[in-house]
Design a protein. Sequence first.
Length: 623
Amino acid sequence: MGVASWNKRHRLLVAWTLRSGVVLVAVVVVSIATLGDKEEAVLPGAEVDGLTSMLTRKAGTDDSTIRFEDRSTESGITFRHFPAQRSSLLPEDMGSGVACGDYDGDGLTDVFLVNFAGPITEPLPGAEKGFTAQQPEHTAQHMAQGGGNIASCRLYRNVGDFRFEDVTESSGLGLIAFAMGAAWGDYDNDGDLDLYVTAYGNNALFANDGHGRFVDVTAETGTQDDRFSTGCSWSDYDRDGDVDLYVSNYVAFEFREADRDVTTRQYGSEQPYTLNPSAYAPQPNSLFRNDGDGRFTNVADTAGVANPTGRSLAISWADLSNDGLPDLYIANDVSNNGVYRNRGDGTFEDVGPASLAGDYRGAMGLAVDDFDGDQDLDLLVTHWIAQENALFRNMLIDPLFDAQAATRLWFLDSADELGLGQQSLDTVGWATGFVDFDNDGKRDLWVVNGSTFATLEDRRVLIPQRSLIFRNRGRTGYIEVGATTCKRLSEPMVGRGGAMADFDRDGRVDLIIQQHGGAPVVLRNTSDSGGHWLAVRLRQNKHNRFALGARVYVVSQHGTQMVEIGASPSYLSQDDVTGHFGLGPDPSIEAIRIVWPDGSEERHDHPKLDQTITYQHDPKYPV
């Protein structure tokens, strides 16, 4: 993080501290009042004279056509996250996510909702008898014997017409665990999606048998991890045709009843020990290299990507350096973010400090996309309250620099410049993503928010915050339009995970948001800008079947758009891996150019618009 950027945030935090003794209601006051358990609260939305007015910019008027329809009830998704009383313990407050993918291969995107089963102070059902957390049949028995409220993860099959069917029991994915995140990936190259689930406790890998049933293969594949795992992501980082798995771990949390009465400080404000990530040591991450025989080997240390000092939450495999190799970006909480450049020999170079994107803030969510259309991938990182979300613009390709400068991977935080900084000061940001909601040819942005502070009235209830939709206005930056897009987005929620997919295949990308302690919010995109669109689905034979890491370029008279398949991770969540392109009023495009993971390229001239196109490739390995 640049010194000037740090100084601005530092001055702002000092300003809040000076005002906190006089003003108790502020737009972002980190210390307002102390509850009985010494947990502090934040009341967003009110004004403090001189605090944020100096950062506010006039957005002007906007004629946004972005619209959503709340289909949470009509969708058939009946789910509640964490059916228990909150007790100010860190693992209970952090999750959970949602993973979108077409597990049954019918062309419709399905939804896996991750659940945190219940209080961590109570054993999971069956644990006392040696059962694993992956056995939902013990839930009823546990409840009948006086156990607490226990909830499982759920799988919902997309049956069309924006409706979903709960197939959890028949699928075998009723995982009962303190689960955090999930990601679909075809680890055995049999053409269907398998699923990895992270947890505070035992992670799990489920193999898809191709007939709608999943089998726990964690032990036999060597993908066990019983630490406090959070994000996970698949990629063929070594380009051998088998997808590998990176798992981020957070902190070495250990509950002790006596710690409830201990107070620590986080960014200058009081926090209960049991809620402060700085109170616990960071955990190293895992890189499970796919050995190609159904087994994985953890090579994080030898590859140089264990990131042992990072409290890791979100991760992305993305070719940040444009050399055809997946690099690794890690969003870390209260620790420096990780930026690792792939050397191409199975190891990585730590370029965090030099890249200027390895700064120290409370990072949670992560979006990766070429939002500015200059053919390199940029990063949006969501942060804790009072820290501003960061928009790290990739400077690898820039007209201000010559060819020699392009050999250095570095980023410039342009959040304030483009209207994304000050807007996020009084929120805690989580899931996020870039997508063209209104198909006007410019990438919009969504950010899920939800506080980590409890209300003043009831410490068991977290403060809800409004999630944000930013419309991309091109040269003039972004403007926040969420409250006008639909009534549900004008209302605050305790958001955490979230993902995007075109669930009804109408060319408009929809959203699903995971609420902590509540039901998911399912939003159907009803925007009507008159813009054209293209969706591109890639498949490969035998190797890396879903073409993770491939790049799709759509060339039109107004420029070139680029999407890297599988690069965007959100927070504890996974977007559908179909590439979506809004084209605006263009009646036609010149070409689609595809760079496959093995480096081969192909071009398709003048495709028809307003359709989903699937391209198949026979890759050549070794690369």
